[in-house]
Design a protein around this ligand. Sequence first.
Ligand SMILES: Cc1cc2nc3c(=O)[nH]c(=O)nc-3n(C[C@H](O)[C@H](O)[C@H](O)COP(=O)(O)OP(=O)(O)OC[C@H]3O[C@@H](n4cnc5c(N)ncnc54)[C@H](O)[C@@H]3O)c2cc1C
Length: 304
Amino acid sequence: MTARRDGHAAYDVVIAGYGGAGAAAAIAAHDAGARVLLLEKSPAGGGSTAESGGSFAAVLDRDGAIGERYRVREDGVSHGGTSLWNLLRENVECRGIEVRLEVPVTRLLTDRGRVSGVVAHGADGPVEVAARNGVVLTTGGFGYSADLLREWVGAEIPAFGPPGRNDGSGLRMALEAGAALWHMNAVACGFGYRVPGLDAAWMCIMRSFGFLMVDATGSRFLDEPAVEHHAAGHALIVRDFATGEFGRLPSYLIFDEATRRAGRRRRLSQAAGLDQRAGLVATVQPCPFGTTSTSSARPVRGSR
Ligand SMILES: Cc1cc2nc3c(=O)[nH]c(=O)nc-3n(C[C@H](O)[C@H](O)[C@H](O)COP(=O)(O)OP(=O)(O)OC[C@H]3O[C@@H](n4cnc5c(N)ncnc54)[C@H](O)[C@@H]3O)c2cc1C
């Protein structure tokens, strides 16, 4: 289908994706004097930003390291990403920045090697929107693209963010326009559950130390409480040297007061359906770290 030209297209900056990065880019461009258009594929903005923990680091000193971490409070209380998103959204709205919802961007337009606009799909079909000074791609990550996950991360891992939004379309558009991407395997990924029938994963945060994690063979593979939450991917996306399989996807979490008592672990492993219980029993041994650890693997220490 041929895209028609946008009738009132006289934008300096067109931004694809109305999450936190898109809102921040829109505010900055607007305050620098640009006429800005925000295009969002979903019925509402927010993206992962609105569902996040909302804790962010602010660079107060450009020459120094990243500064303090902050949260946005509403009436003295922080509702995590919701509060952060409310602040950003209100700042977009009070500036009168134009936002079009349910208008996915599908392609970048180029003119003599320069990105000159986008093709977006509104209710009336595809439309070309010109951008005099540039297009900003803030379409989030690729947690809902099975093929990009397989290609760049090596394994299909479920995402925590809102289902269907971050499908990597902005990254594909950038590639098609000739961009080079870097570091695409650098996922920050927490421990979570995949619930049958649901697209998004559920985050797993243990509040006490009475738990173990084991792989498909029932073998413990890390010093669980020491793993920094966002580094879970480094612990889980590991191929078994012998089989080539991802033996830690899924892993099994065993949590019960009784797991700390001798003789109990075998029955718990049976309950989890683990068929190589010898591995579990052999790898859960007292260790010098105060809890228990695997006999062979080094504990992974995080930076909490
Ligand atoms: C559960 C959870 C907790 C988190 N907690 C924290 C935390 O506490 N601190 C922290 O720093 N980070 C946290 N993160 C990570 C953080 O939320 C994200 O890195 C950040 O929100 C990404 O912002 P973004 O604007 O790039 O993407 P998003 O906020 O996801 O926005 C992208 C937007 O682009 C839209 N879009 C996608 N494709 C298109 C298209 N083709 N056309 C138009 N629109 C499109 C999407 O619908 C979406 O609205 C968390 C993430 C999750 C999932």
